[in-house]
Each structure stands twice: as C-alpha cells, then as structure tokens.
Write a protein that binds this ligand. Structure first.
Ligand code: FEO
Length: 178
C-alpha cells in the first residue's frame, strides 16, 4: 500500500521525467536548426533515457496496484542564444532532478516505504551519471570557447552516442532521417 504522500510524489516524478524528455526534445530541434546534428543526436538519445525514467516510475505504481495520475507539463524554453546555453540548462536541470530524487527518498523513509527504496537508490546512482554527462559537455564547451573547429569536433564526438538496442527514438527504427 502506497501512502497518499508517496503516491503524489511519485506521480510528480513521472511528470518531471517526462518534462525532461520534452525539454531535451526542444533542444534537439534547436541543435538541428544550427546544423549541430551531433549534439541533436546526443540529446535525442537522452529523450529516450528520460522517457524510460518516467516509465520506471509509472510501472512502479502500476505494479503496486496504483493508477498513475499524469500531470500537466509546464511551458518550455524553446530557443537559446548560443550552443553553450542549452548544455548549461541541461546541467542545471539534472541538478534539479537530483534534488527531486533525494527528496523522494526522504519521503519514502519518512513513510516507511521500503518497497520504493530500491528504485530510488537506482535513481540516486543514475543521477551521478546524468549530472556528470551534462557537466562534462559544459566544461568541454567552455574549453572550446569561440573556436568553430572545436565546436565541429565536439559535435562529431557527440554524434557517436549509441541508442539503447531497439530504441524507437532511433530514426532508423521508423525510417525517417533526422
Ligand atoms: Fe531522468 Fe536526466 O534525469
């Protein structure tokens, strides 16, 4: 049995994860429009990851006999002044999500929800990687500064991120070029 407080917090987290996917999808559009297709690709894979995160919380609720309540997604930022800005926003957003995960763990402990703890511990570890990934790209972008060659090289490097096997977010899966 999930307490009402835990139930509401888990529904909020579904929203936060789906909102993450939506925010990063907006950045995908931005980077394609700037011909930085490698960065767009990296974030496209991230959209997959965030959707899976949302589904992990969704399935946690359904497997405990609760019906998830989906909440409205908030209005998004849709444009950025420089290619560095979306990465700074992504890092700040991941720090925000880490705070939400830690808060969920606090609630779980207060509510004696031992069933949710393994899932939340998985996310505590996942957030180390999520923050590190976006922070590292921010630092690389800062190193590059205004160098067009550097930006081109990093874009090529980020194009190498691999989709999880069978990802429906891979354009090859639905035969449409990005
Ligand atoms: Fe689902 Fe990027 O945190």
């Amino acid at each position: 049995m999930i307490s009402p407080k835990m139930f509401d917090a888990l529904n909020d987290q579904i929203k936060h994860e789906m909102e993450s996917a939506y925010i990063y999808l907006s950045m995908v559009g931005y980077f394609h429009s700037r011909n930085l297709d490698g960065m767009a690709h990296w974030l496209r894979v991230q959209v997959h990851e965030e959707t899976i995160h949302g589904m992990k919380f969704f399935d946690h609720l359904t497997s405990r006999g609760a019906q998830p309540v989906l909440k409205d997604l908030k209005q998004l930022k849709t444009t950025w002044k420089t290619p560095l800005e979306p990465w700074k926003d992504a890092y700040a957003h991941e720090q925000f999500i880490t705070g939400k995960i830690h808060n969920l763990l606090k609630i779980a402990r207060k509510e004696n929800d031992y069933t949710a703890e393994p899932l939340l511990n998985w996310f505590v570890n996942e957030q180390i990687e999520e923050e590190n990934n976006t922070d590292k790209i921010c630092r690389q972008m800062a190193m590059i500064g205004t160098s067009k060659e550097g930006l081109y090289m990093l874009d090529r490097e980020l194009a190498a991120r691999v989709y999880p096997a069978g990802s429906p977010f891979d354009p090859l899966a639905y035969n449409v070029a990005p």
